[in-house]
Design a protein around this ligand. Structure first.
Ligand SMILES: [Zn+2]
Ligand SMILES: [Zn+2]
Length: 295
């Protein structure tokens, strides 16, 4: 018999990310035993803001005329069941949630890819610009793309980026354009010595990376809107890690060298790939500059 019902929510603020909110619902029922009522028992269901069940619990509320509380065995059984359920459910839920985030990131990148394609069609085949070498911040790609994507704010932050909120407020993005395709190499006398900025002249758009997932260590600022991938050849994996987060979508804890897990990359042809960090590092270690558009 239902005695009463409690429900509500608690919120814990988190630095640099959205607060964690837990909703709970606890029906409390009377415990009937031979010889009368023996107190009440509450069944606690707690849910995260994303809707997944994060905890179930039991609590025994004593009544004054109670002769016998839970025996130790009963209590241990309940604890064991909760532990087993949590052990079974939580990793599966975490994995499902991380998969869903990676898929949502992919879809955002895909839309950005379509926006870049449309921008290039309207601008003589050229990729959008970045803030490299200019203080005109309104020329940053994420602004010039606005008219070409429905709602750029809905797609410029990756759901797995721990700094997504800061990037949104600082007019930045979780995605960082490849320097090669959005910045010309300028010689000492001001002449352009290397340019891959025209999308329609790329030799191999299926193998040319346009957007990477930005490094978490990269400060969320408007001017951090392009990699310095022309330095990756010399700087190796450390230079790569200064610009991009190759393990943004990993399972479990990140490895210290960020060489396990995966990250999404947008190709110039509009395709989005989920790339293994280990594979990327192996290519960099071989001396390959994976950001340079192939000839
Ligand atoms: Zn992502
Ligand atoms: Zn630059």
């Amino acid at each position: 018999m239902l005695l009463y019902c409690r429900f509500g929510w608690v919120t814990w603020p988190q630095p640099n990310r959205e607060p964690v909110t837990l909703f709970y619902f606890e029906p409390v029922t009377l415990l009937q035993r031979r010889g009368g009522t023996h107190g009440a028992m509450g069944f606690l269901f707690a849910m995260g803001a994303s809707g997944c069940l994060v905890a179930i619990g039991l609590q025994h509320l004593k009544s004054q005329n109670e002769r016998r509380a839970f025996t130790l065995i009963e209590l241990l059984v309940v604890i064991a069941i909760i532990a087993i359920l949590a052990g079974l459910l939580l990793p599966a839920l975490a994995k499902a949630q991380s998969k869903a985030r990676a898929a949502s990131c992919m879809s955002g990148l895909h839309q950005l890819g379509l926006g870049i394609q449309m921008y290039a069609d309207d601008h003589g085949g050229y990729f959008p610009e970045t803030t490299h070498g200019t203080s005109a911040t309104n020329r940053s790609w994420i602004f010039t793309l606005r008219p070409y994507v429905g709602n750029v704010d809905a797609i410029r932050a990756c759901p797995s980026d721990p700094l997504r909120k800061a990037r949104l407020t600082n007019q930045a993005s979780s995605y960082i354009p490849n320097e090669y395709v959005m910045v010309d190499l300028v010689g000492p006398f001001g002449g352009v010595t290397e340019s891959f900025r025209r999308m329609d002249t790329l030799r191999n758009p299926t193998d040319t990376i346009t957007l990477f997932e930005v490094a978490t260590d990269k400060e969320p600022s408007l001017s951090n809107d392009h990699t310095h991938s022309r330095n990756w050849g010399q700087g190796g994996w450390d230079a790569v890690l200064a610009d991009i987060q190759p393990d943004r979508h990993g399972n479990g804890a990140a490895s210290p060298r960020h060489d396990s897990g995966r990250a999404n990359e947008l190709m110039a042809c509009g395709h989005v790939s989920s790339v293994s960090a280990a594979l990327l590092k192996a290519r960099i270690d071989r001396g390959e500059n994976i950001a340079r558009p192939p000839d």
